[in-house]
Design a binder for this molecule. Structure first.
Ligand SMILES: [Zn+2]
Ligand SMILES: [Zn+2]
Length: 130
């Protein structure tokens, strides 16, 4: 579900790896200011994730469908929609040390100069994880 690729910064020419999307077991957020990456595991989220699974029509992912159905049947709390879920995950992720916030929408940035404009590196390996 997630993937990573090599990137070349348009500003400083630095090369770095960008990861996008999450996996079966975690979300990937970025800082709104500096672009730093933050992973939030579903098991850390606990009830927040369970409430979201309960609100889904089907399983979050085929690989976890048994677990997801189990949660839907046993979680006693209120189901929440995707918008509310994202809000809660972002609140859970908290603030970056640069004072920015971690959000789903924030874009990764060059670790060298902080620019958010970069091109895919055609020579780097494109790789899928999870
Ligand atoms: Zn930051
Ligand atoms: Zn740069």
């Amino acid at each position: 579900m997630g993937n990573s690729y090599g990137a070349i910064c348009r500003k400083c020419g630095g090369r770095f790896e960008v990861r996008e999307g999450g996996g079966f077991a975690f979300h990937l957020l970025h800082c709104t200011k500096c672009g730093e990456e933050k992973t939030v595991r579903f098991d850390e989220l606990g009830e927040i994730h369970a409430a979201y699974l309960k609100g889904l029509q089907g399983p979050y992912a085929v690989a976890t469908s048994e677990h997801d159905a189990d949660v839907r049947n046993t979680f006693p709390g209120e189901a929440i929609g995707e918008k509310e879920y994202h809000k809660q995950v972002e609140a859970f992720a908290g603030n970056c040390q640069c004072s920015g916030r971690y959000t789903f929408r924030a874009k990764p940035a060059c670790p060298g100069c902080g620019a958010k404009a970069f091109d895919k590196d055609p020579d780097a390996n494109h790789r899928c994880y999870d």
